[in-house]
Design a protein around this ligand. Structure first.
Ligand code: IPE
Ligand code: IPE
Ligand code: MG
Length: 247
């Protein structure tokens, strides 16, 4: 049983004192999960998508405020066509299904360059963001066609345009103004990154926002990642001594 699971739908037991304000999940290991079972990689993505829903619900139950999930990177387009299509189909399915999955009061934000998606998909994404913009219980951020470097380049273009328009003085470009032009505008920086599957890297995920993040790595593959494992990560985070360059 997960340590923090709601006992009788009312009470949350054993929550650590310092919960992260923003947990970033790198959903890795779907392909290896399928391979281990002699299945095509696409099966791993289906299983990973199911697990994503479970973990999101659990995060909401225990009261996390900002959670982000790396679903598809700007580099993942290099993968075989069939695999990319399956991931995009799962993404489409989720967008249709999302209001059923997440009870009210969850704000949905997509991180990444939406311009590559078909018009109908992009419109659905934007509508979902608009329709949920006023919800305050939890922010669910989903990174699709996301790259950290791409995001910073995008922010630089937005700022450059303001300079060109005469509304911004280059001397006034600060860390804050860069943050405000990222896809995560208004969302706290990541304090805890969780990466399953045994890889010890960020793979271009929220590189600006993770400047002072803590990391939790596990060999478990994403489709097998459970709420118990998330509990472990949160307990671990609670015990970390964060200094932010101080003493
Ligand atoms: C993560 O699982 C999902 C995406 C990157 C879309 P992978 O597909 O990277 O799984 P592995 O790393 O090959 O096992
Ligand atoms: C990172 O996983 C991207 C997502 C989880 C969406 P990858 O599997 O693409 O990362 P690398 O290639 O192992 O660094
Ligand atoms: Mg991978």
């Amino acid at each position: 049983m997960a340590l923090f699971r709601k006992k009788d739908k009312e009470e949350v037991i054993g929550l650590p004192e310092n919960l992260p304000q923003h947990v970033g999940f790198i959903m890795d290991g779907n392909g290896r999960w399928a391979k281990k079972r002699g299945l095509p990689r696409t099966f791993g993505h289906r299983e990973g998508a199911k697990n994503f829903k479970k973990i999101v619900r659990y995060c909401k139950d225990i009261g996390l405020k900002n959670i982000s999930f790396y679903a598809f990177s700007t580099e993942n387009w290099q993968r075989p066509k069939e695999e990319v299509e399956t991931i995009m189909d799962l993404f489409r399915e989720y967008i249709v299904d999302v209001r059923k999955h997440l009870s009210e009061n969850t704000r949905m934000i997509f991180l990444g360059d939406k311009s590559v998606f078909d018009d109908d998909l992009r419109e659905k994404m934007i509508k979902l963001e608009q329709d949920t913009a006023h919800y305050t219980e939890m922010n669910l951020l989903m990174a699709v066609n996301y790259g950290g470097r791409d995001e910073i380049a995008h922010a630089a273009r937005l700022l450059a345009q303001q300079v060109k328009d005469g509304t911004l003085d280059p001397a006034d470009i600060t860390e804050d103004s860069i943050s405000e032009n990222l896809y995560t505008k208004g969302i706290p920086d990541v304090d805890l990154v969780i990466r399953p599957s045994g890889e010890l890297r960020l793979s271009n995920y929220l590189i600006w926002q993770c400047a002072y993040a803590e990391y939790y790595f596990t060999d478990i593959l994403w489709p097998d990642f459970t709420s118990e494992e998330l509990d472990k990560a949160l307990i671990d985070f609670d015990g970390r001594h964060r200094r932010f360059g101080g003493v």
